[in-house]
Design a protein around this ligand. Sequence first.
Ligand code: ATR
Length: 286
Amino acid sequence: MSTPTIPQFGVIGYPIHHSKSPIIHNAAFRQTGIAGNYSAIEVPPNALPELFARLRDQTRSDSLRGVNVTVPLKQAVIPFLDQLSPEAQEIGAVNTILNQNGVLFGTNTDAPGFVKSLRDDFHFSCPGARVSIIGAGGSARAIAVGLKRAGAQAITIINRSESSASELKSSLVSSNFWVDCHLPNTPDSIKALAESDLIVQTTSVGMSPSSDISPISDFSWVHSNQLVIDIIYAPETTLFLQTCADKGAATGNGMGMLLAQAALAFELFSGIPAPLLTMRKAFYEQ
Ligand code: ATR
């Protein structure tokens, strides 16, 4: 079989039709003149062996040079890989896979993407930061690991169920780093939120079409020296984010993280700096 003339990339997930990644990455390939084509590939978990055959064998006519990975496959792909980056290992999830001269390498650009967006989009410096994270799922874990690796001083996890919060807490514990967890709307969680420089909302609560709900009902803690990020980007402003903005906090939605993780993945795929403005424009114009 012959290798495709244009290197093929894609995003795998199940379902995947909603993904904006093809628009963002194809715009970047066009703008930079790097040969590459990026598509959305629906992969039910039981079809992973066939997908990995396409990634491993670069002589196939349908071979894939690299892929991004989304829900529900971020953990399921790990046993198929030859090498994991330290970030992916610590998070326990992979969102980018690359065939590097025959070695299948998996990494996670969600965590460094979030930190990059804080720095580039909000001029927020992570070393020494005190952070509260609302939610304790996969996104919370990636963000917590990213912030910890970037030098944050303390993280409080605020989650409706104690079990997932304490599980995340115990996986983060290390020296020179303080981590705790509380239930939402309790005096302890309100104190932690008030003392935080950065608050990150990572649950799906408030996402379209349920945009009239918020994971937090007590907003007495918000003040103007805080940056509040909600990783939801549809709607652009959740009820949670709007309430924090109304009370004077600086705010940002999930677009920054989405674009930054895509930019870091594009750099791995192409070997050159990502055309961020083109990628942002492609997303908004689709
Ligand atoms: P993701 O991978 O996108 O982070 P996830 O792993 O399913 O998604 O995690 C979702 C997080 O949002 C969890 O912390 C979940 O709380 P539980 O640990 O109690 O399940 C939180 N979450 C989801 N729906 C919620 C709701 N209606 N109210 C409060 N928290 C919610």
